[in-house]
Design a protein around this ligand. Structure first.
Ligand SMILES: Cc1ncc(COP(=O)(O)O)c(C=O)c1O
Length: 358
C-alpha cells in the first residue's frame, strides 16, 4: 500500500533511467520524453557534463549556508545577469518561491512609496505557484478552489486587455506592479502579444510600477531566447525529483544505520550539561536551552559581533533572535568533538562578554 499523499494523478509507469530525450521504464521500454520533467530537464537526461559536475561538487561541498560567501553563486549570477539584461539575482528552490519573492519585493516597493495596501495586477489565466500567496495570484479555479481565504491585493485582468490595465492603473493609486508570464504555461501555452508586453512596459514606466515577469516555465532558453523581454491540488516541479530523493533516501539510511537520532540525544545531553557547567552563572549568560543537538546559549545582549570571534577561534555557529548563540552541529558529532566545541566556545563567549556592553 502506498503511503504517499494522493495529490498527483499518476500515470502507471515508473522510469528507471534516461539518456538525452529518451527514458526507459523498469521493464526496459523506451520513450521519447517530450515533457522533460515539466519543462525543466533542459539539457536532457544524464548529460555527461552535468553528471560529472554534480558528482564532483558533491564530493567537495554540498551546503554551507548563506552566512558565507558562495563563489559559485557569483558565477551563476554573472551568467544570468548577462543573459537577462537585469542587474541582480536571488537564488531559491522553486518557482513559487521565486514568485513569493517577487510579490514581497512589490509590496516592499509599495510600502516604501507610502502605499499601505499595495495591489498587484495579475493575468486571469496565469499560474504562479501553489503556495497561498502565489495561488492567490493565480486565476485558475482548479488551483484556487478549496484554499480560501486568499491573500489580498491581486487584481485580475484579461491577458490582452491593455486598455483595461491602463484604466485600473489610472484609477487605483495602490497599484505597485504588473506581474505576468510572457508565455502562459499552465494557462495553455499562450504567448502574450509583444505589443501588449511593450504596452505594459510603458505603463510601468509612466506610473513608476514594477514590471515583473514569471519566466519559470518559458525562460532559460525554452522560448528560443534566453528570456522574452530583451526589447491537481498541490504540487511542486522539483519536489520529489530522483536526485533529491536519492540523496534523501541515503541520508535516512545513514541516520538509521549509524543510530544518529540516538547519538543526537546522548551527545546533545552531554553537550548541554558541559556548556551549562562552563557557562552558567557567568555574568551575561542567561542560560542554555534546547533539545538534542539544537541548543541555544542565551546572552543578555545582542550577540552578532561574536560570530567573527568564533571564526577566529575556529568555530562556526550562528546567532538567532539577536542574543541567542545557536549550536546545531551535525548529528554525527562525537563526545570528543562536543568536548572540543565546549573548549573552544567557552573562551569566545567569555571574551565577548568581557567587552563593554553596547
Ligand atoms: C509560470 C510558473 N510559475 C511558477 C511555477 C511554480 O513552480 P514550482 O513548481 O517550482 O514551485 C510554475 C510551475 O509549473 C510555472 O509554470
Amino acid at each position: 500500500m502506498s503511503h504517499l499523499m494522493k495529490n498527483y494523478g499518476r500515470l502507471p509507469v515508473s522510469f528507471d533511467h534516461g539518456q538525452g530525450v529518451w527514458l526507459w521504464d523498469k521493464e526496459g521500454h523506451k520513450y521519447l520524453d517530450a515533457l522533460a520533467g515539466i519543462a525543466v530537464n533542459s539539457v536532457g537526461h544524464a548529460h555527461p557534463r552535468l553528471v560529472r559536475a554534480i558528482a564532483d561538487q558533491a564530493s567537495k561541498l554540498i551546503h554551507c549556508s548563506n552566512y558565507f560567501n558562495i563563489d559559485l553563486q557569483e558565477q551563476v549570477a554573472e551568467k544570468l545577469v548577462e543573459h537577462s539584461g537585469l542587474e541582480a539575482v536571488f537564488f531559491c528552490n522553486s518557482g513559487l518561491e521565486a514568485n513569493e519573492c517577487a510579490i514581497k519585493i512589490a509590496r516592499k516597493f509599495g510600502h516604501a512609496k507610502g502605499i499601505e495596501v499595495p495591489n498587484i495586477i495579475v493575468l486571469k489565466h496565469a499560474f504562479h505557484g501553489r503556495s497561498i500567496a502565489t495561488l492567490s495570484a493565480t486565476g485558475n479555479p482548479s488551483v484556487r478552489a478549496d484554499f480560501s481565504p486568499y491573500t489580498e491585493g491581486f487584481i485580475f485582468v484579461d491577458e490582452s486587455d491593455l486598455d483595461g490595465i491602463r484604466k485600473i492603473v489610472e484609477e487605483n493609486k495602490n497599484v505597485v506592479a504588473i506581474f505576468f508570464e510572457p508565455i502562459l504555461g499552465e494557462g495553455g501555452v499562450v504567448p502574450i502579444d509583444l505589443s501588449v508586453i511593450k504596452g505594459i512596459r510603458e505603463i510601468c514606466d509612466e506610473h513608476d510600477l514594477l514590471m515583473m515577469c514569471d519566466e519559470v516555465q518559458c525562460g532559460m532558453g525554452r522560448s528560443g531566447k534566453w528570456y522574452i523581454f530583451k526589447p491537481g491540488n498541490h504540487g511542486s516541479t522539483f519536489g520529489g525529483n530522483p536526485l533529491a530523493m536519492r540523496a534523501a533516501l541515503e541520508t535516512l539510511s545513514i541516520i538509521e544505520d549509524e543510530k544518529l537520532v540516538e547519538n543526537a540525544l546522548e551527545v546533545g545531553k552531554k553537550l548541554k550539561k558541559a556548556l551549562s557547567k562552563s557557562l552558567n552563572g557567568f555574568p551575561g549568560v542567561r542560560g542554555i536551552r534546547g533539545k538534542g543537538l539544537m541548543l541555544g546559549i542565551v546572552l543578555d545582549r545582542d550577540a552578532h559581533d561574536i560570530l567573527e570571534l568564533g571564526l577566529k577561534a575556529g568555530l562556526t555557529f550562528s546567532v538567532t533572535a539577536g542574543n541567542v548563540i545557536r549550536l546545531v552541529p551535525a548529528l554525527t558529532i562525537t563526545e570528543a568533538e562536543a568536548d572540543e566545541l565546549v573548549k573552544r566556545i567557552t573562551p569566545v563567549i567569555r571574551s565577548f562578554l568581557a567587552q563593554p556592553k553596547i
